[in-house]
Design a protein around this ligand. Structure first.
Ligand code: CA
Ligand code: CA
Ligand code: CA
Ligand code: CA
Length: 302
C-alpha cells in the first residue's frame, strides 16, 4: 500500500516537474546594448500597436529616438543588468489628436534569445519593474498564448494557438487592455499575475475566447496601456527577473513561508472584493475561507 502510494507520488512529481517553476531570465550575461534580442522585441515589432507609436528603427534616447528593448546596466533588481524598454506614442496624423485606444504590445514572438517562453497556467508569473519618475502611469497586462506546449519552463513554447489577456477587467478605446495599475516610481516593484485567479479576456487567435484552454502555453506579451492616452510620453520601464512561481496555499506574499505576515494581509483585506492577493481561494472575495486556508497551512515552508 505504502509502495503504491510512493509510486503515485513520484509519478505526480515527475508530471509537475515537466513545467516546474523557473526563472525565465534575469537579463544577466547578455551584451549591453542588445536591442530587441532578449525575451522582448522592440516596441515597433508588433503590427497590432505600431500605429500608435512614434517608433524609429533605432534606440537612441539622447537623440530622441525611443524604440528600445535594450540590455542595460542603468538599473538592476538582480545582478547588474535589466531590460530597458522605452517608447513614445504619437498623435493620429489624420486628426492631430492622441489615439484614445493607444497601447504597446511588447512581444516575445520568435525573438533570437528566449523566444515564446513556456509557462504553466497553474503557476504565477512574476515580473520586476522599475519606473522612473518621468514615466506616466500605465496599466500592465500579461498575454499568454494557448500552445499546449510540452517544453520545459522557459523553453520555446511555440507560436500556435490563441492569445488571452490575464489580469485585465476592461479595455480602453475598445482594444487596449486595462490591467494592473502601475503608478509607483523610482523603486523596484513586484508585479504578480496569478494566472488561475485573474480575469481572462480574449485578444486574438482561434482559441481566444476569454477562457484558458489547456494548462500550458507561452508567455506571449506584456501590454502597456497609458492611463491617460493624451500623455504621449516618453515611457521608460526597466524589467528584471521574469519568472514563474508555484502557487503555495496561504502564502499571500509569495515569500515561500506561510506566517503571520500572510495572516495580516488577509485580515487587512477582509471583506474586500475583486482581484486581491489575499483572496487565496480565488472566489473574488476575501473572507473566512481564505483565513482558514492560511491557518491550515500556517508554518508551511518557514
Ligand atoms: Ca538582472
Ligand atoms: Ca481560450
Ligand atoms: Ca508568506
Ligand atoms: Ca476568497
Amino acid at each position: 500500500m505504502m509502495r503504491r502510494y510512493m509510486l503515485a507520488l513520484s509519478a505526480l512529481l515527475s508530471v509537475s516537474s515537466a513545467l516546474a517553476q523557473c526563472l525565465i531570465t534575469d537579463f544577466e550575461g547578455f551584451t549591453l546594448g542588445l536591442n530587441g534580442a532578449v525575451l522582448f522585441r522592440q516596441p515597433s515589432f508588433s503590427g497590432s500597436t505600431s500605429t500608435f507609436l512614434n517608433a524609429p528603427g533605432s534606440c537612441d534616447i539622447p537623440n530622441g529616438l525611443y524604440n528600445c528593448s535594450v540590455i542595460s546596466d542603468e538599473q538592476a533588481f538582480s545582478g547588474t543588468q535589466s531590460l530597458k524598454v522605452a517608447w513614445l506614442f504619437r498623435l493620429n496624423p489624420d486628426t492631430n489628436q492622441p489615439y484614445p485606444n493607444a497601447w504597446l504590445r511588447l512581444t516575445t514572438f520568435n525573438i533570437p534569445n528566449i523566444p515564446n517562453p513556456a509557462i504553466s497556467f497553474d503557476h504565477k508569473v512574476r515580473v520586476r519593474l522599475y519606473v522612473p519618475s518621468d514615466t506616466p502611469d500605465f496599466y500592465l497586462t500579461l498575454g499568454v498564448r494557448e500552445t499546449g506546449t510540452n517544453a520545459s519552463c522557459g523553453g520555446n513554447g511555440g507560436t500556435t494557438g490563441g492569445i488571452e489577456w490575464i489580469g485585465a477587467t476592461s479595455s480602453q478605446g475598445n482594444n487596449a487592455p486595462v490591467g494592473k495599475l502601475i503608478n509607483q516610481k523610482e523603486q523596484w516593484l513586484t508585479v504578480t499575475f496569478n494566472i488561475r485567479c485573474e480575469p481572462v479576456r480574449a485578444f486574438a487567435g482561434s482559441t481566444a475566447n476569454g477562457t484558458l484552454d489547456g494548462s500550458t502555453g507561452a508567455l506571449e506579451q506584456l501590454a502597456f496601456t497609458p492611463v491617460d492616452p493624451a500623455n504621449l510620453g516618453p515611457y521608460i520601464v526597466y524589467i528584471d527577473d521574469v519568472e514563474t512561481i508555484a502557487v503555495q496555499p496561504g502564502d499571500v506574499d509569495d515569500n515561500g513561508c506561510v506566517d503571520d505576515a500572510d495572516l495580516l494581509q488577509v485580515l487587512f483585506a477582509f471583506g474586500s472584493e475583486g482581484s486581491n492577493p489575499a483572496d487565496v481561494n480565488c472566489d473574488g472575495v476575501v473572507d473566512d475561507a481564505d483565513l482558514l486556508i492560511v491557518l491550515f497551512n500556517f508554518g508551511t515552508g518557514c
